[in-house]
Every structure is written in structure tokens, then in C-alpha cells.
Design a protein around this ligand. Structure first.
Ligand code: NDP
Length: 243
């Protein structure tokens, strides 16, 4: 077991975009970051980039849609560090940003059910399995922070039409936040959802209005909440956001 006294954070989908930026900011704040990605090569390259800046970042493969991969990282974290203090469920896909004919914003009536299933696998069941893997370790040490990357597109209060796979998956991850939060009320485990805003990434596109540091900021803040911080809430720009 490692002797580090730094908090251990696992970030999913961290080879690019907001996940990568979250790793950078958390490492700069003194956490021991486990940067994960489904593609080993891509993960190694960006991990080395952060290590070269002198940051405490280690790579581990993780495909959130593969339960074997989730088991392997749980075993690695338990053996290497003995605890997982922070879990950032960042990995995500937006499969219905365009439909099969290349038209934007496909209707719920045209959505292939396979597309909805895939969005659920990656955006919801992956985070659920990761909570099952790591919450027992958090409970053992009575410390945990879980940040679920959601979206305004999953907000029920202002739910619009179109893009059903993404919308349903992001509403569902908000439900997961509430459920896990309710079941950890007795422990010092704070589980929250956040929306990063519209961020310039491969998913957000070049027309997006936010740069990466702003997109990652609320997730980083939630990852480092003090023990009396909020739990079971939805945030944007460090402010509570309607479900
Ligand atoms: P990107 O598309 O830029 O990056 C997505 C990341 O998720 C990539 O690293 C990708 O890996 C990874 N990923 C996808 N599937 C899997 C999987 N099965 N296992 C592990 N990793 C996987 O997205 P963003 O950085 O923009 O988004 C990050 C999060 O923020 C997402 O949950 C997204 O829904 C949310 N969000 C983003 C917004 C934005 O404007 N950008 C707005 C609102 C929410 P690979 O490179 O291998 O594909």
C-alpha cells in the first residue's frame, strides 16, 4: 500500500476535454490523481504531459462500459492506495448530437433504441458500477466525494425536446446522485451533480462559449468540499441549480 498522505482521486474519461482539465487542476491542488481513459495509449501520453509538469498523476486504463475494467481498477486502487477518496464520473458521450442522416438534434421518435442503450451504458451504468466499486472503500475510511458530470440538458425543470439518449442519461445520472447520497447520509461522503456549462471540447464543439478551466471549476470545487459541504445537490458555477 502506498504511503502517500494525499487524497486519492479517480477521474474517468480523462484523456481529453473536461476530464483532463479536472485532473490538472486537482493535481495542482495537491491531490494524487489517477487519470483514466479507455484507450491506454492516449491516457499514457496525456498523463506523461502532467507528470512532466511535476504533478502527481498516475495512469490506469478504465472503460466505464466494461465491468471487468471497473473491477481491475478497483483492485488496483485498493492494493496500491487502500482507499479512494474522490470519484469524478466525467466520461460521457452525446450520441444524438446528430442523427443518422447528419441532421442536428434528432427527435425522440427517430432515436434508435440502441443509441439510447449505449448512452445509458456509458453515462449512467458506468457511474453506477463505479459507485458500487468505490463507495465501500469510502465508507471504510469515512471519507468520500463523488462528482457526477451532468448537464442542463438533463434538467427536468427545463426539459426540452430532441436528443433523447443524452437527455435521459443525464436526468438519470442526477437520480443516481440523489440515490447514492441518500444511502451515504450516515457517512462523510458527499455526492453531487454538476453542469459544466457549454464548454469548448470535442463534445461541446468550437462554438462553445467556455474554456476548459471554467468548465472544470465547479467539479474541482465539489471534489474538495469540506466535511460540512453540500450533498445530494445539482450545481452550476458553484451555485445550486434546479433539478
Ligand atoms: P469529450 O467528448 O471531449 O470527452 C469525453 C471523454 O469521455 C473522452 O475522454 C472519452 O474517451 C471518454 N469516454 C467516452 N466513453 C468512454 C468509456 N466507455 N469509458 C471511458 N471513457 C469514455 O467530452 P467533454 O469533456 O466535453 O465532457 C465531459 C463530461 O461533461 C461529459 O459527461 C459531458 O456529458 C459533460 N458535459 C459537457 C458539456 C460540454 O459543453 N462540453 C456540457 C454539459 C455536460 P475517448 O477519447 O476514448 O472517446
Amino acid at each position: 500500500m502506498s504511503s502517500t498522505d494525499k487524497k486519492i482521486v479517480v477521474v474517468t474519461g480523462a484523456n481529453r476535454g473536461i476530464g483532463f482539465e479536472i485532473c490538472k487542476q486537482l493535481a495542482k491542488n495537491g491531490l494524487q490523481v489517477i487519470l483514466t481513459s479507455r484507450d491506454e495509449q492516449k491516457g499514457f501520453v496525456v498523463c506523461k504531459q502532467l507528470q512532466d509538469e511535476g504533478l502527481s498523476v498516475q495512469f490506469h486504463q478504465l472503460d466505464v462500459s466494461d465491468s471487468g475494467s471497473i473491477n481491475r481498477i478497483r483492485e488496483f486502487i485498493e492494493g496500491e492506495y487502500g482507499c479512494c477518496d474522490v470519484l469524478i464520473n466525467n466520461a460521457g458521450i452525446f450520441p444524438d448530437s446528430v442523427d443518422a442522416s447528419g441532421n442536428d438534434w434528432p427527435s425522440v421518435f427517430d432515436a434508435p433504441i440502441e443509441m439510447v442503450r449505449t448512452a445509458m451504458e456509458i453515462n449512467v451504468y458506468g457511474p453506477l458500477l463505479l459507485c458500487q466499486a468505490f463507495v465501500p472503500l469510502m465508507k471504510k475510511h469515512n471519507y468520500g466525494r463523488i462528482v457526477n458530470l451532468s448537464s442542463g440538458m438533463g434538467q427536468l425543470t427545463h426539459m426540452g425536446g430532441k436528443c433523447p439518449a443524452y437527455r435521459i442519461s443525464k436526468t438519470s445520472i442526477n437520480a443516481l446522485t440523489r440515490i447514492v447520497s441518500e444511502e451515504t447520509l450516515e457517512q462523510n461522503i458527499l455526492v453531487n451533480s454538476m453542469c459544466p456549462g457549454w464548454v469548448k471540447t470535442d463534445m461541446g464543439g468550437s462554438g462553445a462559449i467556455r474554456e476548459l478551466p471554467e468548465g472544470a471549476d465547479t467539479a474541482v470545487w465539489l471534489a474538495m468540499l469540506p466535511d460540512d459541504g453540500p450533498r445530494g445537490k445539482f450545481f452550476r458555477d458553484r451555485k445550486e441549480f434546479e433539478w
